[in-house]
Design a binder for this molecule. Structure first.
Ligand SMILES: Nc1ncnc2c1ncn2[C@@H]1O[C@H](COP(=O)(O)OP(=O)(O)OP(=O)(O)O)[C@@H](O)[C@H]1O
Ligand SMILES: O=P(O)(O)OC[C@H]1O[C@](O)(CO)[C@@H](O)[C@@H]1O
Ligand SMILES: [Mg+2]
Length: 359
C-alpha cells in the first residue's frame, strides 16, 4: 500500500476541489492507498506539526465538487527557497519540506499548481529525491504544453458574464466601459472573454497598442450609430511608455492592478467619451466551477494517481488532442504559454472587427 499526499499551490481557482476529490477516489478506492491533503500548499509542509489531514472518500460526499476555492487552502507566497524572515531577511527552508515528506513516509506527492508552483515543487523534488507528479491549474492559462489548465474556463465565464452585465448599462448611459481582467503576464482571459462577451477593443500584453488606434475604433462605432463601447484590458498591459501598473505588497512582491483606470483616462482624453472602469479582480477565481473545469480536474486527478502507480514521476498531466497525456514538468515550465498574436483566436477577434489597438 502506498502513502501519497496532495497539495494545492499558487493562486486558488475554481475546480481544485474536483481535482482533490478525483485523486482521493482513484487512490483510495482504486488502489487502496492512503491519501493526505496538505493544508496551505508548501506552508503545510513547513508547519510543525505538519498541517495535513487524511482524506477519505466520505469527505467528498457533500457539495465539494461544486464549490470554488480549495478546501485544503493554498499559498502564493513564502517560497521555501527564499523564505521571508521577520527581520526582513530571506532564508532557505527547503530542507524542512523534504523532512516533512519523509516524516509522512510518502511514496509520492501530487502538486496542483501553475508555472510558479511547478518550478518550486520540482526544485524541491530534485533536491530531496521526492516523487512528484504535477497537475496544471491556473486561471492565467499560461502553462506550456497543455491545452487546458483547471480554473481557466471558469475565469473566462466570469469575465464574459461581466461583459454581459456591462453592456446594458453601457448602452443606457452611452458610455465606454473598461473591464480589467486578470491573467498575470498572459492575455488569454482578456482575449477569450472579449470575443465571447462581444468586446469592441481587447488590449493584451502580447500586442502593443496606441491609444489613437483605440480612439479611431470608438469614433468608427459612433459613426456607425453605436452609443457605447466595451473595452477589455488584461492586467499586464503597460502604459504607453511601457510601464507596468502594479501594487506594492509586503515582502517586496508586486501585483498587477489598475491599468484599466489609466486606459479609461486616456480614452476619455482622446475621444471625449464618458468612461467607467470595472476591475474584476478575484471574482474571476471564485464561483462554482464550470462543467469543463470539473471534467478536466477529474480527468487530471485520476491520471495523476495512475502516473504514480506507473512510477512515472517528474511529469505533469496535460490535455492534448482530446486525451490526457504526461509531459516532463521541466517542459511545462519552460514553455510559457502566452497568446500567439498570429494564432486562431486573435484572427477570430480581428475577423469580427475587434480592435487590438495596433491598426
Ligand atoms: N510557497 C509558494 N508556493 C507557490 N508559489 C509561490 C510560493 N511562494 C512564492 N511563490 C511565487 O508566487 C507566485 C505564485 O503565483 P503563480 O501565478 O506563479 O502561481 P501558480 O502556481 O503559477 O498558480 P497561479 O498562476 O494560478 O497563481 C510564483 O511566482 C511563485 O514563484
Ligand atoms: O491572489 P493574488 O496574490 O492577489 O494574485 C493575483 C494574481 O494571481 C492570479 O489570479 C493567478 O495567477 C493572477 O491572474 C493575478 O495576477
Ligand atoms: Mg502562474
Amino acid at each position: 500500500m502506498k502513502r501519497i499526499a496532495v497539495l494545492t499551490s499558487g493562486g486558488d481557482c475554481a475546480g481544485l476541489n474536483a481535482v482533490v476529490r478525483a485523486v482521493t477516489q482513484r487512490a483510495v478506492a482504486g488502489y487502496g492507498w492512503e491519501v493526505f491533503g496538505i493544508r496551505q500548499g508548501t506552508a503545510g509542509l513547513l508547519a510543525r506539526p505538519i498541517d495535513a489531514e487524511k482524506l477519505e472518500i466520505s469527505r467528498f460526499e457533500g457539495d465539494l465538487l461544486r464549490r470554488g476555492g480549495t478546501f485544503l487552502g493554498t499559498t502564493n507566497s513564502g517560497n521555501p527557497f527564499d523564505y521571508p524572515t521577520q527581520d526582513g531577511g530571506r532564508i532557505d527552508r527547503s530542507e524542512e519540506i523534504i523532512a516533512a515528506y519523509r516524516e509522512l513516509e510518502l511514496d509520492a506527492l501530487i502538486g496542483i499548481g501553475g508555472d510558479g508552483s511547478m518550478a518550486i515543487l520540482r526544485r524541491l523534488a530534485q533536491q530531496g529525491g521526492l516523487n512528484l507528479v504535477g497537475i496544471p491549474k491556473t486561471i492565467d492559462n499560461d502553462l506550456g504544453h497543455t491545452e487546458v489548465s483547471v480554473g481557466y474556463d471558469t475565469a473566462v465565464r466570469v469575465a464574459t458574464d461581466a461583459l454581459d452585465n456591462l453592456q446594458p448599462t453601457a448602452a443606457s448611459h452611452s458610455r465606454v466601459m473598461i473591464l480589467e481582467v486578470m491573467g498575470r503576464d498572459a492575455g488569454h482571459i482578456a482575449l477569450s472573454a472579449g470575443i465571447a462577451g462581444g468586446a469592441d477593443v481587447i488590449l493584451i500584453p502580447e500586442i502593443g497598442y496606441q491609444i489613437e488606434s483605440v480612439a479611431r475604433k470608438i469614433a468608427a462605432l459612433r459613426v456607425a450609430g453605436r452609443n457605447f463601447a466595451l473595452v477589455v484590458v488584461a492586467e499586464a498591459v503597460t502604459t504607453e511608455s511601457g510601464e507596468a501598473v502594479t501594487q506594492y505588497q509586503p515582502g517586496g512582491a508586486k501585483n498587477y492592478g489598475g491599468v484599466g483606470h489609466y486606459i479609461a483616462g486616456r480614452i476619455a482624453e482622446a475621444t471625449g467619451a464618458e468612461t467607467r472602469v470595472t476591475v474584476l479582480g478575484h471574482v474571476q477565481r471564485g464561483g462554482s466551477p464550470t462543467a469543463t473545469d470539473r471534467l478536466m480536474g477529474t480527468a487530471f486527478g485520476v491520471h495523476a494517481v495512475d502516473l504514480i502507480e506507473e512510477g512515472k514521476f517528474d511529469h505533469m498531466v496535460a490535455w492534448s488532442e482530446r486525451e490526457v497525456t504526461a509531459i516532463p514538468i521541466s517542459e511545462a515550465i519552460a514553455g510559457y504559454n502566452a497568446v500567439d498574436p498570429q494564432g486562431s483566436l486573435v484572427k477570430t477577434a480581428r475577423g469580427v472587427g475587434i480592435c487590438f489597438g495596433d491598426t
